[in-house]
Design a protein around this ligand. Structure first.
Ligand code: F6P
Length: 323
């Protein structure tokens, strides 16, 4: 390997820039050339590739978003698109890739790596924390803190007006952001996709009598296109329990922005360096993860399975602490 290409793909996540910096500087430190690929896989397909030097990543560790831009590329899902991507990669002299992104991006990486025998190392870059084989993903901690800050503010108005607030947070199909922001904000409940097939969480919540001892309540709801998320829940409450003065706040894309926390900067820096070490080690088609604080290599197929599961004890914790 002589030249490493870096790209960020899928939804952006705070800490992606810190990861780009770490990959670039570690690669240069080890004698590799580095090329930045703009707009994720789209930039490979449409040949938007720029040479990177150490200074290309100066002053970015503290920035949210991604200086490489990002996209969800439709073209790369086709065999013709991937062929164009491969041809451009070879023409640019790139012989290995570091892909920073979530499950869609790593799934694409796995397919591309197999089709063209390209060495690829992935970094888990997503606020959702929905990748297997790693305790946390880059961006998750920052998003969690953004939610906590917003919910603390909502708590003020909820308690002044004695209202029930449904706060919708992101998470794709996973409930980590909802679960842990509920714990961190002392919310009355978390409604997460992992649980909904087992129980009617709204009925359980109401039966639990969360309003008996309190005049206001905050329920964190994970986004869920299948059930309609917080909006649908609030509609149900308005119909079935008109005595509650319910409101909905959808936090939306604000959760994806902002300066990364120290935790995310450190995670991204460690993982970025580990990606280059992995390539030097002859590792192929693995995502860098951390387990109990130690760097681990996770095969793409396992990473995208999202089999971490939610600890039922955490849901129980929210319930116990909100009596
Ligand atoms: O995967 C990150 C994420 O922010 C999810 O939490 C959310 O479902 C999705 O991306 C939103 O995607 P878009 O950028 O297309 O609005």
């Amino acid at each position: 390997i002589k030249c490493i290409g870096i790209l960020t793909s899928g939804g952006d996540a705070p800490g992606m820039n810190a990861a780009i910096r770490a990959v670039t500087r570690s690669a240069i430190y080890n004698g590799f050339a580095v090329k930045g690929i703009m707009r994720g896989y789209k930039g490979l397909v449409f040949n938007e590739i720029v040479s990177f030097k150490s200074q290309s990543v100066s002053n970015i560790i503290q920035l949210g978003g991604t200086i490489l831009k990002t996209a969800r590329s439709q073209e790369f899902t086709t065999t013709e698109g991937r062929k164009a991507a491969y041809d451009n990669m070879v023409a640019a002299g790139i012989d290995a890739l570091v892909v920073i992104g979530g499950d869609g991006s790593l799934t694409g990486a796995g397919i591309f790596a197999e089709e063209y025998n390209v060495p690829i190392v992935g970094l888990p870059g997503t606020i959702d924390n929905d990748l297997g084989g790693t305790d946390s993903t880059i961006g998750y901690d920052t998003a969690l803190n953004t939610i906590v800050e917003a919910v603390d503010k909502l708590r003020d108005t909820a308690s002044s007006h004695e209202r029930l607030f449904f706060v919708e947070v992101m998470g794709h199909t996973a409930g980590y952001l909802a679960m842990n922001s509920a714990i961190a904000t002392g919310s009355e409940a978390a409604i997460i996709p992992e649980m909904e097939t087992e129980v009617d969480q709204l009925a359980e919540l109401i039966n639990h009598g969360f309003r008996k001892s309190k005049n206001s309540a905050i329920v964190i709801v994970a986004e869920n296109p299948k059930t309609g998320g917080a909006t649908a829940l609030a509609e149900r409450v308005k119909k079935e329990f008109p005595q509650y003065d319910a409101r909905v706040t959808i936090l939306g894309h604000i959760q994806r922005g902002g300066s990364p926390t120290a935790v995310d900067r450190i995670l991204a820096s460690r993982m970025g360096e580990a990606a280059i070490e992995a390539l030097l080690d002859g590792q192929r088609n693995v995502m860098i993860g951390t387990m109990n604080g130690k760097i681990v290599y996770v095969p793409f197929a396992k990473a995208v399975k999202h089999d971490k599961g939610i600890d039922r004890k955490d849901l129980e914790l929210v319930k116990i602490l909100s009596i």
